[in-house]
Design a protein around this ligand. Structure first.
Ligand code: GLN
Length: 486
């Protein structure tokens, strides 16, 4: 079996790596910038950050769909990349108006860039090529190398030197990603070109559809800026969109012949199920930050590590290590006939998450008398959670490219990302269960806060295990629906 990957995978790896460097570099600065420089109070800062995260993963549905119908993945990636680069550069301008406009450019740009670069990876392999999941594991490594470096470097430059330099640095790396893609894209040959010829058709007799799409995107920018002022309404908008998007996919499925229909339905079920994974996983960005600060012993050889940085750095660092392992594991298992099917991998993902949270819980139980769990238990718990991520996130990207009809891969990829945003929304609700009463926060005593965390960590673990077991039961049905796809 050929286990080597085509060189185009590395082109997409580096393009995405630099794009994620800029994306996460900027995100690392966002909250602190709002609170310390724009003088937003903390709840407002969190609300704007939440609105940004929701919008940034809502737009890929539209960017994916426009790529399917008109632009093709390549044009969409370049246009999205340019928008994102402009966004970062606008954020680097020290003016009041620039903040929300910068974010709006990044939100729209990400909508065009993110789903389509992932779909493009899928075009490099046949659907039943055993290298496909392994390729997405490697691609996912690129994402996380970028995320880890971007967060560290932009965070450092922004906070220590100048906030606008931090944003500017993110912009420079986005431009670098774009240059890599533009120079390398000829090696893709016909891959990622538009599926239809509609692009050059004229609307109203004078404007090409392609230019109309670009123009309309610019018109959306002030709409997004306005939405930031109504962030309370965003939750409802997202829920409505969640229903509409599923209804739309069901409608598309109803028009397909039997085999394609059931393939698409199985993809849809897995997308919806993945929401729960993100709801648990995203505790990393919320409650586990505070848990790390209050209840993890951050001392190593007499040195105290910064809790927030450790908590932010651990997941991408583990992904980088584990992606190589999983990229080799899938073909190894495949050769022996042991590779789990895609829904099987999803089920394992939830079991890993359950083990990870249970590790945190056990460490809490063992530390009730002094209130601080050992750093090793924290690192170890994340190890399992990230094994779970490797079984669902890159596998999910790969699954979308295998199970969706060619003409809606972009849209389905966008919906997959959109459901991660719904997961983040649920994560906020779970995180709120871990809020510590004010008098205990003020007492600043880890012994008092630990039981609050232990209780919810155990519940997450139980729910995750339950969902994992449920999916195991669904595996035979989903496998049947997936027909020749594994
Ligand atoms: N960390 C991954 C990325 O940035 C997954 C994000 C997501 O699916 N929400 O691509």
């Amino acid at each position: 079996m050929n286990t080597k990957h085509p060189k185009q995978l590395y082109l997409l790896f580096f393009t995405e790596m630099w794009e994620r460097f800029s994306f996460y570099g900027m995100k690392a600065l966002l909250l602190a910038y709002m609170v310390t420089q724009l003088n937003f109070d903390e709840p407002k800062g969190y609300a704007i950050l939440g609105a940004y995260s929701a919008l940034v993963y809502t737009m890929p549905m539209f960017g994916g769909m426009l790529a399917d119908k008109f632009l093709g993945y390549r044009r969409a990636i370049i246009f999205g990349g340019i928008m994102m680069a402009i966004g970062h550069i606008v954020l680097a301008i020290p003016q009041d108006w620039s903040f929300f406009y910068g974010m709006a450019f990044i939100i729209c740009g990400n909508g065009f860039f993110k789903p389509n670069i992932s779909s493009l990876v899928g075009t490099l392999y046949e659907n039943n090529d055993p290298r496909k999941d392994s390729a997405f594991s490697l691609f996912y490594m690129g994402i996380n190398v970028g995320a880890a470096l971007g967060g560290l470097l932009c965070g450092y430059v922004g906070q220590q030197i100048n906030w606008h330099y931090g944003f500017g640095l993110a912009g420079i790396f986005m431009v670098l990603g774009l240059i890599v893609f533009i120079i390398g894209k000829t090696s893709l040959k016909e891959k990622g070109l538009p599926l239809t010829n509609k692009l050059n058709e004229k609307v109203l007799g004078f404007i090409k559809i392609e230019y109309l799409i670009y123009l309309l995107t610019l018109v959306v920018l002030p709409v997004i800026v306005t939405l930031f002022n109504y962030y309370e309404a965003l939750d409802s908008i997202m829920l409505v969109l969640a229903v509409i998007s599923v209804a739309y996919v069901l409608y598309v499925a109803s028009k397909l012949e039997k085999i394609a229909k059931f393939k698409l339905l199985s993809a849809l079920i897995m997308v919806v199920v993945s929401t729960f994974f993100w709801a648990f996983y995203e505790q990393n960005a919320g409650s586990l930050n505070l848990f790390a600060m209050r209840n993890v012993d951050m001392h190593v050889f007499g040195l105290e590590l910064p809790a927030l940085s450790v908590n932010n750095f651990l997941p991408p660092a583990w992904v980088v290590v584990l992606s190589l392992f999983f990229a080799a594991l899938w073909p190894w298992l495949n050769k022996r006939g042991w590779e789990p099917s895609t829904p099987g991998k999803f089920a394992f993902s939830f079991i890993f998450v359950a083990i990870g949270f249970f590790t945190f819980y056990l460490a809490c139980q063992a530390s009730l008398d002094h209130g601080l769990i050992p750093l090793l238990a924290f690192v170890g718990g994340y190890f399992f959670i990230i094994c779970g991520e490797m079984c669902i996130s890159p596998v999910g990207l790969s699954m979308i490219t295998k199970l969706s009809p060619v003409n809606i891969v972009g849209l389905m990829m966008g919906i997959f990302f959109f459901y991660t945003a719904i997961g983040e929304f649920l994560a906020g609700k779970i995180g709120a269960l871990m809020s510590i009463p004010k008098n205990i926060v003020e007492a600043n005593n880890p012994v008092l806060s630990l039981p609050y965390y232990a209780n919810v960590l155990l519940q997450i673990s139980i729910y995750s295990a339950g969902i994992g077991v449920l999916i195991f039961f669904l595996v035979p049905v989903l496998k049947k629906w997936m027909a020749d796809i594994r």
